[in-house]
Write a protein that binds this ligand. Structure first.
Ligand code: ZN
Length: 116
């Protein structure tokens, strides 16, 4: 599944980062997720819970998800507009020549290590 893949990737990245910074336990993870990434589902939380329960590093961690707005670029009139509100059609000129600029990313913004 899509979500499981993302969670696996996330856990892998966290494990790698923890290793580099000598972190044995993570207490808090801030994840930045784009509005149209399609992963803000209950299933994503379920996957995360399932995975973290099996990891010493993440067992007691809290996952905080910060949503960032999606922005689309219109190639016809060279303007940007909010993706979720207008979809693929530019609200200024009605063109369909549009591209998603931001909004489908999933990046780790911050990790807090648990104090000994
Ligand atoms: Zn336009």
């Amino acid at each position: 599944m899509h979500e499981m893949g993302i969670v696996l990737h996330l856990a892998k990245t966290l494990t790698q980062t923890a290793k580099e910074q000598n972190i044995v336990k993570i207490s808090h993870v801030t994840l930045e997720v784009g509005e149209v990434s399609g992963i803000l589902t209950d299933y994503f939380s379920d996957c995360w819970d399932y995975f973290k329960g099996r990891s010493e590093l993440l067992k007691d961690s809290v996952l905080e998800v910060v949503t960032t707005p999606a922005v689309t670029w219109c190639d016809s009139c060279k303007k940007t507009y909010p993706t979720v509100k207008y979809g693929r059609i530019c609200p200024y000129c009605g063109s369909g020549e549009t591209w998603l600029l931001y909004g489908n990313q999933c990046v780790i913004r911050d990790i807090t290590a648990e104090e000994e």
